[in-house]
Design a protein. Structure first.
Length: 271
């Protein structure tokens, strides 16, 4: 059992929780809690850290993992490394107020935009530019899964998908929704067009209501920064601007709400 917070494995976990750079270097991120652990793809689990209480919680539900835990450390060459840690050490590792005693280091999945776009006809892409709020991003990923998106495409100014606040707010959707970051969003959007994808930008200056537009073809919805909206360069690439009608003195909707409305209009038109 690990009882020291200076243990190198423990220090690495705490660093992964706070450093986007380190997550990208190691191609790894951290999840916490029993529910997240139960949904995590076994092939992507690198390490499991458990308190004694956490071990008891998952022992029956995930015996293939729990069986690897002994009084110390046991490594299965075909599976993850499982470590028992003291409650005090886990509290220092945890990013939550009420730790459940279960924490995993996960490998980031690798997605191919080309494969995703070629393997289905009813393509739907959610494009994000400069989304800053972790809660907004996490909610968008959940809505994207529920609506059946093909993938989410984001620029590098968008919040880190693998930061702990975003991971928690996805409620497990992070394991199932393909998310691809682009270092040149304009170039990536031009590439989408070569696959026959129409680009619809949510924009306050649009004349057309979003529910009066036909989304029967392959399409992508463009959602901009919470405060500034879409940049002029990204807006110029859109095939059509659409607006969400609003009464009262409201100037704009929350970005995740706007994304959800558009995604579900696409879904409604198919059912």
């Amino acid at each position: 059992m690990i009882t020291s917070i200076t243990n190198q494995k423990i220090k690495n976990v705490t660093a992964l929780l706070t450093s986007t750079r380190l997550r990208r270097e190691q191609n790894a991120y951290v999840i916490e809690g029993v529910k997240a652990f139960m949904e995590a793809p076994a092939s992507q689990i690198r390490q499991v850290f458990l308190t004694q209480d956490g071990y008891e919680k998952i022992r029956v539900k995930r015996p293939e993992i729990a069986s690897l835990v002994t009084d110390g450390t046991m490594q299965n060459l075909k599976g993850p490394i499982c470590e028992l840690v003291s409650d005090e050490v886990f509290a220092r590792m945890s990013d939550t107020k009420t730790p459940q005693g279960v924490l995993c280091v996960m490998s980031m999945p690798q997605w191919s935009a080309r494969t995703l776009l070629e393997e289905r006809d009813d393509v739907l892409v959610l494009v994000l530019e400069g989304i800053q709020d972790p809660g907004n991003l996490g909610t968008m990923i959940r809505s994207a899964e529920a609506a059946g998106v093909t993938m989410v495409l984001a620029d590098l100014q968008t919040a880190d998908l693998y930061g702990p606040k975003v991971v928690r707010s996805t409620m497990g959707a992070i394991f199932r929704v393909p998310v691809i970051y682009s270092d040149n969003l304009e170039k990536s959007l031009r590439r989408l067009k070569t696959y026959g994808v129409q680009l619809f930008a949510a924009h306050l200056q649009a004349k057309q209501d979003y529910w009066g537009t036909n989304y029967s073809r392959k399409c992508a919805f463009l959602i901009g920064n919470e405060g500034n909206g879409l940049s002029d360069g990204i807006t110029a690439l859109a095939d059509r601007l659409v607006r969400i009608p609003m009464d009262g003195e409201v100037e704009s909707l929350n970005a995740s709400v706007a994304a959800s409305l558009l995604l579900y209009e696409w879904k409604r038109q198919r059912f």
